[in-house]
Design a binder for this molecule. Structure first.
Ligand SMILES: [Zn+2]
Length: 329
């Protein structure tokens, strides 16, 4: 595995020492960076240019292991409350339950002895596929120069090159994301009907969930079908959150303590009532996708996270460090 090179290491160390000594705060003011990942690709994929691949993930984990204090989420939150977080405290989280979390990310996490939390939408375990992957995988398989979706009001899109396919895929995802689920499913089925042989192994099996748990990783709730909770009735939302938790507890035979709101933007993707629901259903804390770092004044039912998107080590590290410095939102 490639190692972080020496020049970079010296610069990185200076950066981290400066941040650690002066800017990350002391005692009760210390902050917790909770990183969010989705997939870790076994090789770069033109359809998913924003997802990390195994090479990038490996050096990112090396940086975290060498220069940051990565803690299990439960310990980090205890220490956040008590005001004794170490400097440069961080947690690693994965959302959704992709199989590559077990096959690609787990060996690297184990190599660096890094704990992580995996928030899993149970409805896709054992052969399921999320609607966004159905769209991307369908567009990948399409032949020809353009995809004509004018019949369903989604326009005509260029798919002649890998870059065009990728752009079309992401454009369709943003058009479809906040539609009512039944209408979205109809459009997604229409797109998928144009190709054959979509993959059914993108998400974890129950056995892989057990494997992550057996390696000391935390398993967290992420509903069953990954809905926009804000659009559901109270009963539907409670069922999505509660049954997802029950199913995971049955798989790992342990308590599920943490929850991640699907899509995760407060007000848009979930409402205050659902924050109360998560608390009532026996979770200990929950994470959102609000951008930021947590401090001891943060709401433990809506902890902020962020994704470091840089694809080279120094900017990645600089972004991690500057996130501790930014004012808390
Ligand atoms: Zn998710």
């Amino acid at each position: 595995m490639a190692s972080v090179n020496l020049t970079m290491e010296n610069t990185a160390l200076a950066l981290v020492k400066a941040a650690g000594g002066f800017m990350c705060g002391f005692g009760r003011r210390r902050k917790l960076a909770i990183l969010i990942y989705h997939r870790v690709l076994s090789e770069p994929d033109f359809m998913r240019p924003d997802e990390v691949d195994v090479y990038t993930f490996a050096w990112q984990m090396e940086i975290l292991a060498r220069y940051f204090n990565v803690l299990p989420l439960a310990e980090a939150l205890d220490r956040l409350r008590r005001g004794d977080l170490p400097l440069r405290a961080a947690c690693i989280t994965f959302d959704d339950g992709y199989a590559d979390n077990a096959t690609v990310a787990l060996p690297i996490l184990k190599q660096w002895k890094l704990p992580a939390t995996f928030f899993i939408a149970t409805g896709f375990l054992d052969g399921g596929r999320m609607w966004n992957d159905t769209v991307l995988e369908s567009v990948r398989k399409l032949d020809g120069e353009c995809l004509d979706l004018s019949r369903i009001g989604l326009g005509v899109h260029a798919i002649g090159t890998p870059e065009e396919k990728s752009r079309t895929g992401y454009r369709l995802l943003s058009r479809l994301k906040h539609l009512p689920p039944s209408q979205r499913a109809e459009y997604v089925d229409h797109i998928a009907s144009r190709v054959n042989g979509l993959p059914d192994d993108l998400m974890m099996s129950s056995v892989q969930v057990k494997e992550l748990h057996a390696h000391g990783m935390e398993i967290g709730g992420h509903t069953m079908s990954h809905p926009i909770l804000a659009n559901l009735s109270e009963d539907e939302a409670r069922r999505e959150i509660g049954e997802g938790k029950d199913k995971l507890e049955a798989i790992v035979k342990d308590r599920i303590r943490f929850f991640a709101y699907p899509n995760g933007k407060p007000g848009k993707d979930y409402k205050p009532e659902q924050v109360g629901m998560v608390r009532d259903l026996g979770f200990h804390a929950a994470v959102s996708t609000t951008w930021g770092v947590a401090c001891n004044r943060s709401d433990i039912w809506q902890l902020p996270r962020f994704t470091p998107w840089d694809r080279s080590p120094l900017p990645f590290m600089a972004r991690l460090v500057t996130n501790y410095i930014k004012p808390i939102t």
